[in-house]
Write a protein that binds this ligand. Structure first.
Ligand code: ADP
Length: 546
């Protein structure tokens, strides 16, 4: 016989077992309503095993779905391992979705149990009667913290934990489903993406690699990305793989709370969407004089979910000396697909040129193959000029949506992302738009993202959205909608002039609308469909573009 390697299944429980054995004392800290809770990998492993035993005793079978409606807390982390360690599938539901969407997900996934933070109990009450598939509701709290709720078979989490002895993990195949996430569904019903144990472990390997997120034992990670959002970008698994310290902020994701937690827990790495970081930077900028920045151990942050504005990358560098790693991905890609770690030649660039590179969406990591195609589906060159529809494939890219009848991929196995992009000769991906957000003016495409980036560089603009609005002659023209920075008085003509010096003349928006706030989805992305609806008739009186 030829020698062969052992066929050890790549399961999530193996990650936690490793962390408990070799990094057992490494801390896991969470900010709960009553203050900080401190645990470690050994304790989390112990409690997750208890939970697995409790779930089995309650009749959970392999492949059964269990929902969570919870923020970043230790109990939620225990669910990640306890449910999947009992052979179940954890369906992490975003509590900020509309109640109808939450109900849709609870029913579509056929969840048998729902674990929820006390704060979300009231949200569930009116839904329970319409989700008869849910047999048990478990409040993620101690008995003392349990609110009065009208929910069928309501159990307290700590009660569940109290009575059970530690159990063994249910043996599962590495290809079994582990976690189920639904896309935010800005159009149509949410769609479920089911990750397998294997896909999540492979994804964790790449996250710990130097050109992935470089997560290591030396890190203390402030996990701002919610545990209900694409597995918190895989951090619960990559952190366990290498024994990194985990800091979970609970509900406190405002700039001040993040700063204080980051400093107190000596966080070296953090992750989140741009909106969170804008709030954080504004706080630091406003309180600069009184803050002790020398106490900050932060080295790098990973930004994704929406484009990281160049100004954000720049401010992190000059205010705090923190490197922004810009990454692109989506629910359908687990999510890590491209990461913006620098190439050797970038070491010699001046700062401004380096920020330009960092503002791109990064390069493909092993496991995710990508290409751009034209309207006929033919691949276009990676020359940094051709723009096309972005397609991806790989072992942690969706094949078929949960209960989907047709494959989610093209006939030749590529997943169409709905993003429009260029790929540069050195492999850097540059997103130019969502396919539905591209503005088509007189037969030419205008990138809403380019215009937003240009607008946000203006000192009076805090947030910008550019949408295409119907125009009698040009089919569509760009309209810029901005939220001003605090205490600024933006002048529309001056902003348009500012843009004219940065983009082609025919791309300059027809007008600027100043608003107090822009609509966002539950995951913090601009809700452009809403804006398009609101401003549909804006240019009815329009004249030809300048
Ligand atoms: P997530 O928000 O976790 O990335 P979603 O599935 O909700 O996952 O959204 C994915 C979409 O978000 C992508 O298709 C893309 O349009 C947008 N997106 C994600 N990362 C970036 C990025 N770095 N730059 C621009 N857009 C991004």
């Amino acid at each position: 016989m030829l020698g062969l390697m052992q066929d050890t299944p790549l399961t999530l429980s193996s990650l936690l077992d490793h962390a408990a054995r070799f990094h057992g004392e490494v801390e896991i800290v969470s900010k709960d309503p009553g203050g900080l809770t401190r645990s470690n990998y050994a304790q989390v492993a112990k409690r997750a095993r208890k939970l697995a035993a409790a779930l089995r005793r309650r009749g959970l079978k392999e492949g059964d779905r269990v929902a969570s409606l919870a923020l970043n807390t230790i109990r939620h982390l225990e669910l990640y391992y306890g449910v999947t360690g009992a052979g179940g599938i954890l369906n992490t539901v975003n509590p900020r979705l509309f109640p109808e969407q939450i109900l849709f997900i609870l029913r579509h996934a056929e969840n048998r149990m729902v674990f929820f933070d006390p704060a979300f109990g009231k949200l569930l009450e009116p839904l329970a009667a319409q989700a008869p598939n849910v047999e048990t509701y478990v409040c993620l709290s101690s008995v003392q913290e349990m609110p009065d709720l009208l929910l069928p078979n309501l159990v307290c989490y700590e009660d569940l934990m109290d009575v059970e002895a530690e159990g063994a993990w249910t043996p599962v195949s590495e290809n079994a489903g582990a976690i189920l996430c639904y896309t935010s569904g800005t159009t149509g019903d949410p769609k479920g993406v089911l990750y397998s144990h294997r896909s999540l472990v492979l994804h964790a390997f790449i996250a710990t690699s130097a050109d992935g997120m470089a997560v290591s034992r030396r890190d203390s990670i402030l996990l701002v990305t919610p545990l209900f959002h694409v597995n918190a970008w895989g951090i619960p698994f990559s952190a366990a793989m290498c024994g990194a310290k985990l800091v979970l902020p609970g509900a406190a994701v405002d700039g001040e709370s993040l700063f204080n937690l980051m400093r107190a827990e000596r966080c070296t790495f953090s992750l989140g969407v741009p909106t969170v970081w804008l709030g954080f930077l504004d706080y630091v900028a406003t309180h600069r004089e009184e803050l002790d920045l020398s106490g900050l151990a932060l080295e790098r942050i990973l930004v994704g979910g929406s484009a990281a504005p160049r100004s954000l990358i720049e401010r992190f560098d000059y205010m705090l000396g923190v490197y922004v790693i810009h990454a692109w991905g989506m629910t359908e890609t687990s999510p890590l697909a491209t990461v913006g770690t620098p190439l050797p030649e970038h070491a010699f660039l001046d700062r401004q040129a380096r920020y330009d590179i960092q503002a791109l969406q990064g390069r493909a990591i092993y496991g995710v193959d990508l290409r751009i195609v034209d309207a006929d589906g033919a691949p276009t060159p990676h020359d940094g000029v051709a723009v096309g529809d972005l397609q991806v494939r790989g072992p942690w890219v969706v094949q078929r949506y949960f209960k989907g009848e047709a494959p989610a991929t093209t006939e030749d196995g590529w997943f169409p992302t709905g993003d429009v992009a260029k790929i540069h000769p050195n492999g850097y991906l540059q997103l130019t738009d969502r396919s539905k957000d591209v503005i088509k003016s007189g037969g030419e495409w205008i990138s809403s993202v380019d215009l937003e980036n240009a607008a946000i560089a203006h000192p009076d603009v805090r947030e910008a959205a550019v949408i295409g609005v119907p125009h009698p002659k040009w089919q569509e023209r760009p309209l810029l909608i901005i939220v001003p920075t605090p205490e600024s008085m933006p002048n529309k003509a001056e902003i348009l002039q500012f843009l004219a010096s940065r983009v082609a003349r025919w791309q300059v928006p027809d007008d600027v609308v100043i608003v107090d706030a822009l609509p966002h989805t539950a995951t913090g992305k601009l809700l452009k469909s809403k804006l398009r609806e609101t401003y549909r008739s804006y240019l009815d009186e329009a004249t030809e573009p300048a």
